[in-house]
Design a protein around this ligand. Structure first.
Ligand SMILES: [Zn+2]
Length: 140
């Protein structure tokens, strides 16, 4: 499949699109022919340090990931029309990032579990907002 400029994804999402498209099914051409080609691709996308070298197991894992992403995007086509795709999210907590399905009515949930990550985040916000604000010093 020839590269069409208007089919590029915005921002970092383009890295995902380009990675999936390293296999040209129509032409039967795989840009990830070997570990060094994989390394070249990842370095070009700033996903790997230039001094790192990859092996056969890295290539197998990358191809497995690529085909999983392709399957996910295929499933996405059907799920998007049902309006459920946008409910699949990653937790906003930097230390969690757990994938979850947002079943809330307004689709606005940000954490995998309100009782865990939500309360933790709200506690941090509260402490940051009230930092340095203690009881007034006693009058002399
Ligand atoms: Zn979480």
């Amino acid at each position: 499949m020839a590269e069409l400029p208007n089919r590029r994804a915005p921002g970092r999402l383009e890295a995902v699109r380009a990675f999936v498209n390293t296999l040209d099914i129509e032409a039967g051409r795989d840009a990830l022919a070997g570990p060094s080609e994989l390394a070249e691709h990842l370095v070009a996308w700033h996903l790997l340090a230039p001094d790192r070298s990859l092996g056969a197991s890295d290539l197998r894992a990358a191809i497995e990931l690529r085909e999983s992403l392709r399957m996910l995007l295929g499933a996405h086509n059907g799920l998007q029309t049902q309006g459920v795709w946008t409910r699949l999210k990653a937790c906003s907590s930097d230390t969690c990032r757990w994938a979850y399905y947002d079943a809330s009515r307004n689709r606005a949930s940000r954490w995998c579990h309100m009782q865990v990550c939500g309360n933790r985040a709200k506690g941090q916000t509260f402490r940051a907002r009230h930092a340095g604000i203690g009881p007034a010093p006693l009058p002399r």
